[in-house]
Design a protein around this ligand. Structure first.
Ligand SMILES: *Cc1c(COP(=O)(O)O)cnc(C)c1O
Length: 391
């Protein structure tokens, strides 16, 4: 099938399917570590790369390939490689592109483990990172050095839902000779396709919305065929942070409902954001879909909807925030997100609990802040659950 001929909803259920000789309708799960050859010559040809075909599941596996081809289609990309987790996708990207002495410019509002990877692991191998405010394009420009090879960004950011102007950053990155890498975990290709806006590489934690049902870990690196085959594949097949066939199969089936889930979860999030904004015990709401969001116009240009994560500050401090969390009966108190089940968390004492109070204040993460990753429950039930502690 030619992906260009179809809409995203169609690609989500059809792209990448490779049927076996049995003509199965649903995507098959190939639980096999290795593949057999007709004869010694075929084995030699596959090993040398002169013949196409599977050899060993650390390199390729048909179920994993189906997931990769489907996600590439959704992102409007030439190619994709799946990894064991979102973090191993980020690691694979860095290991494929960077060498000792290279430099990263990174948004200061990225996933905590990403900052740990850059600061405590890559740093040991002579790779340094400068952190800049996500929305300040001039700061990105000013941070560029002759050895800058990578710009790294999440948009919107967690938990304050700030946006990066992807086309503007891509111009700065291109002029610097650096790759712009966008972690598209929060939006998924249903809301935004960063490659079409000028990004060079897209990273996914498939653990979140792509699976969407909180079952397995997975990740992916998405980009041009030349980049994926030339830079990512050599690291992945050698070092082995490969996605398991079983997890690929689970996420592949997750993609079939991605568009439906995102549409409903974003609609629920918008309704919740409006409701919170009108609530007397809520001091401030952070949601790009609200007209009160400072980057609402950019959000409307860049994203299809506001996303499924809403953060808000209650009137008061930590005690009042914890009260709201502790009075919920339906919502899950967990730092995870991207699930059909709504989750609630207190960033200042969990995801952002290990940074100093000064760094937290600089990042704008107040003790009164609560993050809700909105799921598929009925919106009235979600509001009722939050009302108990707020009222
Ligand atoms: C969860 C997350 C990751 C890491 O993904 P894992 O699958 O947990 O390794 C990376 N980026 C963002 C934005 C995430 O939310």
């Amino acid at each position: 099938m030619h992906n260009d001929d179809f809409h995203l909803d169609t690609l989500a259920v059809r792209a990448g399917i490779e049927r076996s000789q049995f003509g199965e309708h649903a995507e098959a799960l190939y639980l096999t570590s290795s593949f057999v050859f007709k004869n010694a010559a075929e084995a030699a040809a596959r090993f040398s790369g002169s013949a196409e075909g599977n050899v060993y599941s650390r390199f390729t596996n048909p179920t994993v390939t189906m997931f990769e081809q489907r996600l590439a289609a959704l992102e409007g990309a030439e190619d994709c490689l799946a990894t064991a987790s979102g973090m191993s996708a980020i690691l694979s990207c860095c290991m494929g592109v960077l060498s000792a002495g290279d430099h990263i410019v990174c948004s200061q509002s990225v996933f905590g483990s990403t900052i740990n990877l850059f600061n405590t692991i890559l740093n040991r191998f002579g790779i340094t990172t400068t952190y800049v405010p996500l929305h300040d394009v001039a700061a990105w420009q000013a941070a560029v050095r002759p050895n800058t090879k990578l710009f790294y960004v999440e948009t919107p950011s967690n938990p304050l839902m700030e946006l990066a102007d992807v086309p503007a950053l891509s111009q700065v990155a291109r002029a610097a000779g650096a790759l712009l890498v966008v972690d598209n975990c929060f939006c998924t290709p249903v809301l935004q396709q960063p490659l079409a806006q000028g990004a060079d590489v897209v990273i996914h934690s498939a653990t979140k919305y792509l699976d969407g049902q909180g079952r397995v870990l997975g990740g992916a690196v998405v980009g041009s065929k030349e980049f994926i085959r030339g830079k990512i594949l050599p690291f992945l097949r050698t070092a082995g942070p490969t996605l398991s066939a079983f997890n690929a199969w689970v996420i592949l089936k997750g993609l079939e409902t991605l568009s439906l889930r995102m549409e409903r979860q974003c609609a629920n999030a918008l309704a919740l954001a409006h409701w919170l904004e009108a609530h007397p015990k809520v001091a401030r709401v952070y949601y790009p879909g609200l007209a009160s969001h400072p980057q609402h116009a950019l959000a409307q240009r860049q994203q299809r909807w506001g996303g499924a994560v809403v953060s808000f500050e209650v009137v008061g401090g930590r005690d009042e925030a914890w009260r709201v969390i502790d009075h919920t009966k339906l919502l899950s108190i967990t730092a995870n997100l991207g699930d059909t089940k709504t989750t609630i968390t207190h960033p200042a004492s969990t995801t952002h609990g290990r940074i100093t109070p000064e760094a937290r204040a600089a990042a704008g993460i107040q003790e009164s802040l609560i993050r809700v990753a909105v799921g598929l429950e009925h919106i009235t039930d979600i509001q009722a659950d939050l009302s108990r502690g707020l009222d």
